[in-house]
Design a protein around this ligand. Structure first.
Ligand code: ZN
Ligand code: MN
Length: 272
C-alpha cells in the first residue's frame, strides 16, 4: 500500500493501479499571491493541497500535483493584481489548464476528477475549462464526471461563531485574515511570522470594481482584514470541521457517480 496520496510522490505504476481501482483525482488549485507581511505567497496552494490531502485520504483518492498560479487577484477579494509578489494567469490560461488537466486524467483512466479551489478568483474559469472537457468527453462516449468546489464553502456558521465570536468580517475580506492565518499556523507554523501581522481595520471597499484600481483602497498590509486574532487551535478546528464536511458531501457525491458507471466499464490500464 502506498503511504502517500500525493501524485508527485507516487511512482507511475502505483498511480496507474490506484486510478485503475477507480480512485478519484483531486486537483488542488491555488495562486501565487501576496498575503501580507506574515504569510507566504503560496498560502492558497498550501491550503488547497492540505484540504485535498484530507479529502483524498477519506475517499481513497489521489491528489494531483497542484496548480500553483491562479487568476488575477481582485482588489475586493485579494487586494488587487497591482501588488508585488502576486503573479497571475489570464482567464484563457486558467480555462485551458482546467480543460487540459481534466482530459489528461481522463486519458489515464480516471472517471472522477475533483477541482478543489483555494483562490476565490479562479472559480468561474475552472468551471469553464471543466465544462468544455466534460462536454468533449461525453461526445466521445467517455463517462467522466467532475466536481468543483471552494473549500471555504464547507465552513459552517457554528464554526465561524466559535472562532470569531460575532466579529466575522465576511468572506470577501478574509484575504490574509484570521481564517488563512489560523490554518497556516496549524499546518505550516514555520512559514508564518505572526509578529509581523499588521492589526489594521478591515478594508472598506466599494460595491463595484474600477480599473485600473485605486491602490490606496487596499490596506497597506495587503490583507483585507486583520489576522491578529488567529490561532493554531482555530486552525485545527477549521481544518477538522471543513475536511469532515468535505469528506461527507464529496464522498457521497463520488459514490453516487460511481454507481452510475456501468459494471462492465473497465479501467483503461491494467498493471502488468
Ligand atoms: Zn489566500
Ligand atoms: Mn487568493
Amino acid at each position: 500500500m502506498p503511504t502517500t496520496v500525493l501524485m508527485e510522490e507516487l511512482d507511475a505504476f502505483t498511480y496507474r493501479e490506484m486510478i485503475g481501482r477507480g480512485a478519484p483525482v483531486i486537483v488542488p488549485v491555488g495562486a501565487t499571491e501576496q498575503h501580507g507581511p506574515h504569510l507566504p505567497l503560496q498560502t492558497d496552494v498550501l491550503l488547497a493541497k492540505a484540504m485535498s490531502t484530507r479529502l483524498a485520504e477519506a475517499v481513497d483518492g489521489v491528489v494531483a500535483a497542484p496548480v500553483v498560479y491562479g487568476y488575477k487577484s481582485q482588489q475586493r477579494s485579494g487586494g488587487g493584481n497591482h501588488l508585488a509578489g502576486t503573479t497571475s494567469l489570464d482567464a484563457t490560461t486558467i480555462i485551458a489548464i482546467a480543460r487540459t488537466l481534466t482530459l489528461e486524467f481522463a486519458r489515464h483512466g480516471a472517471r472522477q476528477v475533483v477541482f478543489l479551489n483555494g483562490h476565490f478568483e479562479n472559480y468561474q474559469f475552472l468551471y469553464e475549462g471543466v465544462e468544455l472537457a466534460t462536454t468533449e468527453l461525453k461526445q466521445r462516449g467517455e463517462d467522466v464526471s467532475a466536481i468543483l468546489l471552494s473549500y471555504w464553502d464547507f465552513v459552517d456558521d457554528e464554526t465561524i461563531e466559535e472562532i470569531y465570536r460575532g466579529a466575522f468580517p465576511g468572506w470577501d475580506v478574509e484575504h490574509g485574515g484570521v481564517l488563512e492565518t489560523s490554518l497556516m499556523l496549524h499546518l505550516h507554523p514555520e512559514l508564518v511570522r505572526l509578529e509581523r501581522v499588521m492589526d489594521l481595520p478591515a478594508a472598506q471597499l466599494p460595491r463595484y470594481d474600477r480599473l485600473p484600481v485605486r491602490p490606496e483602497l487596499t490596506p497597506i498590509s495587503g490583507c483585507l482584514s486583520s489576522a491578529a486574532a488567529a490561532s493554531e487551535s482555530a486552525g485545527r478546528l477549521l481544518l477538522d470541521r471543513t475536511s469532515a464536511a468535505l469528506a461527507a458531501a464529496i464522498g457521497a457525491e463520488l459514490r453516487t457517480a460511481s454507481d452510475l458507471i456501468p459494471a462492465h466499464a473497465t479501467p483503461r490500464f491494467t498493471t502488468p
